[in-house]
Write a protein that binds this ligand. Sequence first.
Ligand code: ADE
Length: 424
Amino acid sequence: MTTGAGTKSHVKDLALAPKGKLRVEWAEMEMPILRLIRERFLKEQPLKGLRLSACLHVTTETANLIITLKAGGAQVALCASNPLSTQDDVAATLVADHGVPVFAIKGEDTQTYYSHIIRALEHRPHFTMDDGADLVATIHKERTDLLKDILAGTEETTTGVIRLHQMEESGALRYPILAVNEADTKHLFDNRYGTGQSTIDGITRATNVLWAGRKVVVCGYGWCGRGIAMRARGMGAQVIVTEVDALRAMEAVMEGYQVMPLLEAASVGDIFITVTGDKHVLDKPHMDRMKNGAILANSGHFNVEINIPALGEMAKDRRMVREFVEEFRMPDGRRLFLLGDGRLINLAAAEGHPASVMDMSFANQALGAEYLAKHSAELKPKVYPVPKAIDRDIARLKLRALGVSIDTLTEEQERYLASWEMGT
Ligand code: ADE
């Protein structure tokens, strides 16, 4: 059953709600910080009366965030931040059990994806919560009438933060946005350990490939690339890193990875994974050189990193050979395999980052929303970092939840650090 486009929500099948409810509860067990925030929000109601439109991957972890924001008094509408990342059972439980208007169906086409963003904006938000900046871009391009009510927003991911900085620099940005991605308790953990594990998970679920002994080419050595390279090596793969930034390339060399131009790596790689945030990283010249059986996957935010139209033009024919695996047969007989339509493979073919790491990312979102509820009037239409105090609190709470204690400085040590006179 599909709840129709004319109704308050648009999800695949409300009958999936019981399954989604159980899975959301499963994730909740691994989200102790968000649980603590939820308990406090219930008492203090820091978001009371605020309407919030969120454009996020509709997962069990996101459901826990949405439930927390509601506990804080917010009225939330949710749409997907990627056409292939929605977990339909989660969308169903949010509608059926929590009364949240949700506009998201796994596998929706691009037109439906944008129509869902528009539907989530009919909520007339005071706050936006975005992952990739499509919601913010749509407001600034198509629904500028909504700007009068919008106080502030948050952004979850690297790609979104880059877009927002471009908007700020060109003078287009019309309201303040907190860059959640820039918090240490977000990118150092979510981007590295979350993407690292879930990307390997997505490619494994899609293909059942053995990693040991494979040559894995990781394109881009940002936090996500670092995580993927680390985990692929842990599985026994020989990892090749490609980069355009000398410092990052140097770091990859020091970590013991082979570093080379992508054109060179193209002819030796077995599995290619893009995480650069840029367009056509894997392009025709690379695909021309790839070996028979090469696997192409993307874990960057948008499906632009692999030049899929060029791959389609090069191929004699193409067909789906497994769920999330499309075979492209070249005129010379080589077969290349594209995973998950070039969309982020960790969410397309697996379940995205595990709840334990999303606990920190979404604690930043929830506490960021609370901060904005208090301070948005003091902020200009710029991109702001998450306040350091919030970042540190989240790290402290996560350590406590993990049962890890740390030391504190003695008074003498504090004095030493605060002075410059004392040497050897
Ligand atoms: N981004 C990556 N993994 C995610 C998850 N599990 N939930 C929401 N957003 C994500």
